[in-house]
Each structure stands twice: as structure tokens, then as C-alpha cells.
Design a protein around this ligand. Structure first.
Ligand SMILES: NC(=O)c1ccc[n+]([C@@H]2O[C@H](COP(=O)([O-])OP(=O)(O)OC[C@H]3O[C@@H](n4cnc5c(N)ncnc54)[C@H](OP(=O)(O)O)[C@@H]3O)[C@@H](O)[C@H]2O)c1
Length: 333
């Protein structure tokens, strides 16, 4: 099969289009013929070598976490899927590789593709949709009437998280630049802050939840818009010791995490705020909940650009530039 392969870690290093053997199917997996693959900042960070401690991959590696496609083979222990099913997934860590013609996916991580979505639209959803779900539903338990600040509302995570938070009945504040104000308003954002001309700290007060996806300075400022008892959930670091335990990281990695996050944890504690780091996980069950919301019209995917498969490196460069309005996808079939 054709696949885009990472041969050596390196900043902006191009992936090589190569002929690779189709990965062997495990008993609890289905083989998916990839029709479209969604791109994520995580793909470029892994390629750059930034995730070596958390995700120590052996190279060569086919990159890519999001897929929409058709089941072409079913492992003997798979019960819920059959050949011909149209499906989508965020594939599991250490089993990634959606920038390819075929990818094996664990049954537990897979869901049927939402009716009414194209393959490209479906492939744009899983990683960011599950991130928003795990932050706002699982961790924050966001409820009707609460106030949430979702940074970078025009990005992949932001466009999904705004819609999910509105569906849950929350008031949503977000940051974006002037060109994307109309977009985030159309998704339901109640308070829109142009981060280039305004400081969110001057506008927002007594928030219940912040979903932080930006730098350390933004993370610290976020503490000051939360009320006591509020939750600061960061998806851009620093990882906390709880996360280290969760992934079974070795002792020295857990120590690094403890040190990296000690400042923000201390400051959060002194303000009565709960700080936690989230690294999202694959989940077919949660993806089915997301399917329901998409089919009910509560959430729609926002796609910025679709690239042809042979332009996967260009697509990754576009994502890295940090200006995407919603998601970037490659069309594989
Ligand atoms: N831990 C996890 O599980 C997890 C999961 C998903 C993502 N992430 C991380 O979360 C971050 C966001 O991911 P993403 O996929 O949403 O990224 P993205 O789609 O690439 O974000 C691009 C968007 O960010 C906006 N933006 C850039 N700088 C901004 C700023 N200072 N303030 C507000 N908006 C800004 C841009 O809007 P303008 O063009 O208007 O500036 C653009 O629309 C990344 O660091 C990613 O690695 C982590």
C-alpha cells in the first residue's frame, strides 16, 4: 500500500511517500480502507520529535491519527462491524498510520460514520471531537448555565468545542483574530475576543471552566478569569503527574512532568482552582455519542481545506502554520 512514512525525527522533515506492507490485522481489529485522513497538530509534533517522552515510537512510522473509510476485513474477535461498513475513528496510540491506503483499527475505537457526512467531513472529526468531549464532558462535567472560555475558537479543537459547549447549555467565550469573528459567532460563541487587539483578562470574569490550548503565558492568565472552584484544563501542556500515572510512564518521565507542572499547579491551588492536563484518547463509545450529536444537527464539522493524498506534506505544513479555520483533511480515495 502507499503510505506517508516518517523515517527520521526532525523539524519540518518531509514524510516519504513509500510502498509499505499492509499492517497485519490483530484479532480485535478491522482493516479500514482509508478514504480520507484528518490532520492534527499532533502529527507534526510527533514528526518533530516533541512527543518522544510521551509516545516513544520506533521508526519508520506511518503518521496520521484520524480516518474515515470502509471496512474491508474483520478480525475474528470483532462483533460490531462487518465488511462494507462506513466508519470513522481516531486510531489508538502506537497503532497510528492513517496517511496510508489501509489502516487497522481496534473495534473499541471505531464508530459508524455519521449519516449525511462526506468521508472528508467525517475524517475531520474524531481527534478534535474526542478532545472536546473528554475536556468538557468527562473532565469539566460542563452544565447548563455555566461559563466556559475556549481559546482559539477558530481552530480544529475550538470549532468543535464551541458547538459542544453550546449544546451542553453553557455560555461560551472564545478568542480568535478579526477575520474569524463571524465564523466563531456562527458556531454559537457568545463572547468573542480578538486576541490581537484585546486582552481576554480584561473582559472575562468568574468563569467555571477554561480550555487552554495556547502557551504558558496564556495558561497563567487563564487562572485569573476563573472563579474559586473553577477548572483549568490544558491540552497544550504542561503534563501533570496524574497523566504520567495514567499512561504508566517510567519514574523519571513522571518526575519531569511533576517539575514541568509544579508552577501552574501551585498557583492554581492557591486560587482554589483545579488544574489538569488532558491528552485525549481513542474511544469508539464517545465517538458514537458524537455521531448522535452530528446526526441531530447539534454539531457540524468545519473544514478549511481538503488536499489530495499526494500533497500530504503540504497539508501538514498548512496545519503547522497555525492559521487553519477548522480542519484540514487529505482525500486518499
Ligand atoms: N492534548 C490533547 O489531547 C490535544 C488534542 C488536540 C489538540 N491539542 C493541541 O491544542 C492546540 C490546538 O489544536 P488545534 O487542532 O485546534 O489547532 P489549529 O486548528 O491548528 O489552530 C489554529 C487556530 O488557532 C488560532 N490561533 C492561533 N494563535 C492564537 C492565539 N494566540 N489566540 C487565539 N487563537 C489563536 C488561529 O486563529 P487565527 O488565524 O485567527 O489566529 C487558527 O484558527 C495544539 O497545540 C494541539 O497540539 C492537544
Amino acid at each position: 500500500m502507499k503510505a506517508f512514512v516518517l523515517e527520521r525525527y526532525g523539524k519540518k522533515r518531509a514524510l516519504r511517500l513509500a510502498d509499505m506492507p499492509t499492517p497485519e490485522l490483530r484479532d480485535d481489529e478491522v482493516l479500514v480502507e482509508v478514504h480520507a485522513a484528518g490532520l492534527n497538530v499532533l502529527d507534526s509534533k510527533i514528526r518533530d520529535g516533541e512527543f518522544k517522552l510521551i509516545l516513544p515510537y520506533r521508526l519508520p512510522l506511518v503518521l496520521g491519527h484520524d480516518v474515515a473509510g470502509v471496512v474491508v476485513k474483520v478480525g475474528p474477535r470483532v462483533r460490531q462491524f462487518e465488511e462494507g461498513d462506513e466508519v470513522y475513528a481516531r486510531v489508538d496510540d502506537f497503532r497510528i498510520g492513517t496517511f496510508a491506503q489501509f489502516v487497522p483499527v481496534k473495534e473499541a475505537s471505531l464508530a459508524l460514520k455519521p449519516r449525511g457526512l462526506t468521508m472528508e467531513e467525517a475524517a475531520s472529526v474524531p481527534l478534535v471531537g474526542l478532545t472536546a468531549w473528554q475536556a468538557l464532558v468527562e473532565k469539566a462535567n460542563l452544565n447548563k448555565g455555566q461559563k466556559v472560555f475556549i481559546q482559539a475558537g477558530s481552530g480544529g479543537v475550538g470549532t468543535f468545542a464551541i458547538q459542544l459547549a453550546k449544546h451542553l447549555g453553557a455560555t461560551v467565550a472564545t478568542t480568535t483574530s478579526a477575520a474569524n469573528v463571524a465564523l466563531v459567532k456562527s458556531l454559537g460563541a457568545d463572547v468573542v475576543i480578538d486576541y490581537k487587539t484585546q486582552d481576554f483578562e480584561d473582559v472575562l470574569r468568574d468563569y467555571d471552566v477554561v480550555l487552554n490550548s495556547q502557551d504558558g503565558k496564556t495558561l497563567e492568565k487563564s487562572l485569573r478569569v476563573l472563579e474559586r472552584g473553577g477548572k483549568l484544563i490544558s491540552i497544550s501542556g504542561p503534563p501533570d503527574p496524574g497523566f504520567g500515572l495514567e499512561i504508566g510512564a517510567p519514574g523519571f518521565v513522571r518526575l519531569v512532568m511533576r517539575l514541568l507542572s509544579s508552577g501552574i499547579r501551585r498557583k492554581a491551588k492557591s486560587r482554589g482552582i483545579d488544574y489538569s492536563f488532558l491528552f485525549m484518547k481513542a474511544s469508539g463509545g464517545q465517538l458514537r455519542e458524537i455521531t448522535r450529536l452530528i446526526e441531530a444537527g447539534a454539531i457540524r464539522p468545519v473544514i478549511d481545506r481538503v488536499f489530495p493524498f499526494h500533497s500530504t506534506n503540504e497539508a501538514l505544513a498548512y496545519v503547522e502554520a497555525g492559521r487553519a479555520k477548522g480542519k484540514v483533511v487529505v482525500k486518499v480515495k
